[in-house]
Design a protein around this ligand. Structure first.
Ligand code: CP3
Length: 358
């Protein structure tokens, strides 16, 4: 099967030449869009929205209808995986995600199983297939998963946490138990991402949102080692096209060389990193994705344009060529004024063309 009509995103990930810098935004389908809030109201709640392939497809396409984005990302959540592992995910308005049965006892951890993605996560595969049909070859579709360590944070803490006390206590006192959780979760993530690829995902991203809370050595042992096994276990090609992978450890720029060495095609960076500096360290071994501070989108349109140009200049300062995918350094805020996103998209496309002509 041919590449999408707009394959700029895939080309940038593979460090092939592009006419401009492609852009998408983490959490691009979400509450800052009135049309999303409308569909979510119809769904009743967020989980129903994730579990309905038709509505998940509808909200995936909403940001693409408004903005000239270069990729679509599957609408779902990283926590559907522990839900499928039997932990019972639910959301309380204003409090974020929670599990009915967090991992508290050793026997609960020993009983963990790897679910069949075509059974317990069938609704995700159906959404991927439906979104691919609806995109009709316009832009590529990104599939995703949480990293084993980030999923384990929620599975062990039982929800969001300020201090990660439970998982860190387990890490120091019972590393064998934490490794068991990570083993089972890693196999689950590999099967899950490969099922998304088989269903039509054209690139995949692993969100390691909490890897950055770990001490230096523990990051390698409890997060990076499992990310490496995931990359090694992924389907590399489908329909004759390479399926690139992106690894995003928030707060992980100081480990960029190590992340680049696990075999992924791109590294996601948050706004604390300098793209030029990371590029000098990893050279052309991987593409870089990022890294505008999402709070920039609350400033005036002039400031949004200026800060977006700074991100492009920063990457450019690392030398000619190289793969860059423009993104935010983390998810877009629900309070973002939607008009500012138009300014961002236009600036990135126009200014990155100018930089290439200069
Ligand atoms: O990027 C996209 O547009 C794809 C969809 C997507 C969502 N969550 C939708 C969502 C993706 C890729 C995620 C990943 C995700 N989910 C992560 C990793 C990335 C990150 O942001 O760090 C994490 C840690 C989660 C877990 C999670 N889900 C949290 C912490 C929350 C926020 C709770 C809240 O009330 O804001 C969610 C809910 C969630 N996931 C929303 C969306 C659009 C908001 C749900 C709503 O409509 O109420």
């Amino acid at each position: 099967m041919a590449r999408p009509k707009n394959d700029t995103f895939l080309r940038a990930l593979l460090r092939e030449p592009v006419d401009y810098t492609p852009l998408w935004m983490m959490r691009q389908a979400g509450r800052y869009l009135p049309e999303y809030c409308e569909t979510r109201k119809r769904a009743g709640n967020f989980l129903n929205l994730c579990k309905s392939p038709g509505m998940a497809c509808e909200v995936t396409l909403q940001p693409l209808a408004r903005y000239d984005l270069d990729a679509a990302i599957l609408f779902s959540d990283i926590l559907t995986v522990p839900d499928a592992m039997g932990l019972g995910l639910y959301f309380i308005e204003g409090e974020g995600p929670k599990f009915e049965r967090p991992l508290r006892e050793e026997w609960e951890i020993r009983n963990l199983i790897t679910p069949d993605p075509y059974d317990h996560l069938r609704y995700v595969m159906d959404a991927v297939a439906e979104i691919r049909r609806a995109l009709d070859g316009s832009v590529p579709l990104i599939g995703f998963s949480g990293s084993p360590f980030t999923l384990a944070c929620y599975m062990i803490e039982g929800g969001a946490s300020d201090d990660f006390r439970r998982i860190k206590t387990m890490l120091f006192d019972r590393p064998d138990l934490l490794h068991h959780v990570l083993e089972v979760t890693t196999q689950t993530v590999i099967n899950y991402l490969n099922a998304q690829i088989a269903s039509g995902a054209q690139a995949v991203m692993v969100f390691d949102t909490w890897g950055g809370i770990l001490p230096h050595r523990a990051y390698r042992e409890f997060s990076l080692a499992y990310l490496q096994r995931i990359i090694a276990g992924l389907t590399k090609e489908r329909d004759g096209q390479r399926v690139p992978s992106i690894v995003f450890t928030k707060g992980g720029a100081l480990w960029a060389e190590d992340i680049a060495a696990i075999g992924c095609d791109a590294i996601g960076l948050d706004w604390t990193a300098s793209l030029a500096e990371v590029r000098r360290r990893v050279q052309d071994r991987v593409a870089l994705q990022g890294n505008l501070d999402p709070m920039t989108l609350f400033a005036t349109p002039e400031a949004v344009a200026r800060e977006a140009r700074k991100v492009l200049d920063d990457f450019h300062a690392g030398g000619p060529g190289g793969g860059h995918v423009f993104n935010l350094g983390h998810g877009i805020s629900q309070f973002t004024p939607p008009e500012n996103v138009t300014v961002l998209v236009d600036t990135v496309h126009e200014y990155s063309r100018e930089l290439r002509r200069a």
